[in-house]
Design a protein. Structure first.
Length: 152
């Protein structure tokens, strides 16, 4: 169940500035990192070689930045639900930043905030900032301003 639900187009249009709260925690396992490496062909040792990474700059393997970014799509439905729409489309991202590396076996969660909502192209376009927090760390692993368009 999502933290925040918008039942109508009008409610969504009035949502700028809404704090969407936080998602449940999920773990960044080595298996998840390895699967991402297989899917993308990015087998850099800082991601997939625990023995070598132990002596590397982070002391362990770390998640790919784009793996961390992709979790925004995992967290977003936990943060917000848009009801009574016909179709939702991923438009892209305005900004993506990776303030801190995500160590293997760390716990992550998403924090959401509605930045902007406007009518456009026959739908309603929402820009939602998803901050991917790392349990016990001051800096997040990723901050992304995700843009979605909803047709009612």
């Amino acid at each position: 169940m999502a933290n925040t639900v918008f039942d109508t187009k009008e409610a969504l249009l009035a949502a700028s500035g809404t704090d969407l709260g936080v998602s449940a925690w999920t773990e960044m396992t080595q298996a998840r990192i390895d699967l991402f490496a297989e899917a993308t062909g990015d087998h850099q040792w800082i991601h997939v070689d625990p023995a070598r990474a132990k002596d590397g700059p982070f002391g362990c393997t770390i998640a790919h930045g784009y793996l961390t970014l992709s979790l925004a799509s995992w967290f977003l439905p936990q943060l917000v639900e848009i009801r009574n729409m016909k179709l939702g489309v991923n438009v892209g991202c305005d900004r993506v930043r990776f303030p801190a590396p995500v160590p293997v076996n760390s716990r992550l969660r998403g924090r959401g905030e509605v930045l902007k909502v406007e009518e456009t192209g026959g739908g309603v376009q929402a820009t939602i900032r998803v901050t991917i927090e790392i349990d016990g760390q001051d800096k997040p692993g990723c901050v992304v301003d995700k843009i979605s368009r909803y047709y009612f």
